[in-house]
Write a protein that binds this ligand. Structure first.
Ligand code: NI
Length: 136
């Protein structure tokens, strides 16, 4: 079977504060620097989703783009866009670093997309930083 890939980019604006409850205030400041500031800060994340699979003989597509958009909207953007990530249940017990956000987006999308389609999620935090996760 020949696998083809399709990638799509979405924007997600959210705020966060990096703070680990298990560390002291001094350790948090040393670990996260200004990202530990009490009032948090925001990012305009770019979330890149790559899906893969056999090209459908009838439609000529790996995945229907409108369906993918609808799934990402419901599972990811409706949940995280214009929110404070620290208040999401997923981040009550883990620091909302972009590493953890990337994993969270992957996990909710893996659950929401047809089995075997999701290849990876890549999140750009700034123009110089990006994170990628492709599951186990
Ligand atoms: Ni940040």
């Amino acid at each position: 079977m020949a696998t083809a890939y399709f990638g799509r980019r979405y924007t997600l604006s959210a705020s966060h504060r990096l703070h680990a409850d298990s560390l002291s205030n001094e350790e948090n400041r040393a670990t996260y620097g200004k990202c530990n500031n009490p009032h948090g800060h925001g990012h305009n994340y770019v979330v890149e989703v790559l899906v893969g699979g056999e090209v459908d003989g009838e439609t000529g597509m790996v995945v229907n783009m409108a369906s993918l958009d609808a799934t990402v909207q419901t599972a990811v953007l409706d949940r995280f866009d214009h929110t404070n990530l620290n208040f999401d249940p997923l981040f009550v017990n883990q620091v909302p670093t972009t590493e953890n956000l990337t994993k969270a987006v992957f996990d909710v999308l893996k659950e929401a997309l047809p089995a075997g389609k999701l290849e990876y999620v890549r999140v750009e935090e700034t123009e110089n930083n990006f994170f990628q996760y492709q599951g186990q």
